[in-house]
Design a protein around this ligand. Structure first.
Ligand code: PLP
Length: 261
C-alpha cells in the first residue's frame, strides 16, 4: 500500500546529521515516503558549517512543482530558508498547496555551533509570510523571541510569544524547551483552547545534531498519517528522545541523533 507522502523544503547538511538528510531519515523511520525541495546546500560536518549557498529561486520552484503536481503531498515540513527572498519564494509556493495540506514550520535561524542558517533580516519575513501558513510552528527558545517579536526576558514571556504567534495565524505553536537547563526537557504545545506540556528525561548525550529537523519532520510524518496535532507531537517527542539517547560520535565535534534506534 502507498505510504503517506511528506515533503521537506530545507537545506542540505553534507555531514548527514541535520537538514534534509535528517528529515528523510526521520520520515523513513516513521512510516512515510519522504521527498525534498532543497533551498540551500551547506558544507558541514561535526565541527560546524564551513559554507552555505542558497539555490536560485527558479530551481526551488521547479523542484516543488515536480513533486506537488505529479506525486502529491500529505504534509509539508520547512526548515532552513536561508534568506528573506527565499522565505518569500517558499511562502508563495506554500500558498499553492491544495487546501488542507498541513505545514510544519521549523523557524531555523542558527546551528548548534552558532552558524547562521537564516539571514539576520529574514525572520521578520518568516513572521509575516510563513507563520500565517503554519499548521504547527516549532520554535526553540533561541528562535521564539525573533519569530514572535516578543522579547524573551522571563518564562512568562514564552506564553505571550506563543499567543502572539497564534494571533499571527499559526494554528499550533510548539515551544521547545530543549535549550533550558534541568533534568527534564519540556516542550509546550499551544493551540485552539489547548495548552499541553510534553516532558522527557534529558539525555546525557552531547551528540544532538539534527534534533530540531528530526522533531519537525516526525510531527509532519504523523500528521500525514492522520494523527491530530497533539498526538503527532507526542509521538514525535518520544521518537526524538530515543534518537537523542542513541546519538553517536562522528568526527571531532557534535555527532548526530540516531534514526535507527
Ligand atoms: N544544517 C541545516 C541544513 C539545518 O537545516 C539545520 C537545522 O535545521 C542545522 C544544520 C542545524 O542543526 P543543529 O542545530 O541540530 O546542529
Amino acid at each position: 500500500m502507498r505510504p503517506p507522502r511528506v515533503l521537506t523544503i530545507a537545506g542540505s547538511d553534507s555531514g548527514g546529521g541535520a537538514g534534509i538528510q535528517a528529515d528523510l531519515k526521520a520520515m523513513l523511520a516513521n512510516g512515510v515516503h519522504g521527498m525534498s525541495v532543497l533551498t540551500a546546500i551547506t558544507a558541514q560536518n561535526s565541527l560546524g558549517v564551513q559554507g552555505a549557498w542558497e539555490l536560485p529561486a527558479e530551481q526551488v520552484r521547479a523542484q516543488f512543482r515536480s513533486v506537488v503536481d505529479d506525486i502529491g503531498v500529505d504534509a509539508v515540513k520547512t526548515g532552513m530558508l536561508a534568506s528573506e527572498s527565499m522565505v518569500r519564494v517558499v511562502a508563495e509556493l506554500l500558498r499553492t498547496l491544495p487546501d488542507g495540506v498541513p505545514v510544519v514550520v521549523d523557524p531555523v535561524s542558527v546551528s548548534k555551533h552558532g552558524d547562521p542558517l537564516l539571514a539576520a533580516d529574514a525572520m521578520e519575513a518568516v513572521r509575516s509570510d510563513i507563520v500565517p501558513l503554519a499548521t504547527v510552528l516549532t520554535p526553540n527558545l533561541t528562535e521564539l523571541g525573533p519569530v514572535s517579536g516578543v522579547e524573551q526576558r522571563t518564562v512568562e514571556d514564552r506564553e505571550l510569544a506563543a499567543k502572539e504567534l497564534l494571533h499571527a495565524g499559526a494554528a499550533w505553536v510548539l515551544v521547545k524547551g530543549g535549550h533550558d537547563e534541568g533534568d527534564t526537557s519540556v516542550d509546550v504545545l499551544h493551540g485552539p483552547g489547548v495548552r499541553r506540556a510534553y516532558s522527557a528525561a534529558r539525555a546525557d548525550n552531547r551528540h544532538t545534531h539534527g534534533t530540531g529537523c528530526t522533531l519537525a519532520s516526525t510531527i509532519a510524518s504523523y500528521v500525514a498519517r492522520g494523527y491530530d496535532v497533539p498526538a503527532a507531537v507526542g509521538a514525535a517527542k518520544e521518537y526524538v528522545t530515543g534518537a537523542i539517547e542513541a546519538g553517536f560520535a562522528l568526527g571531532d565535534g557534535i555527532g548526530p541523533v540516531d534514526h535507527a534506534w
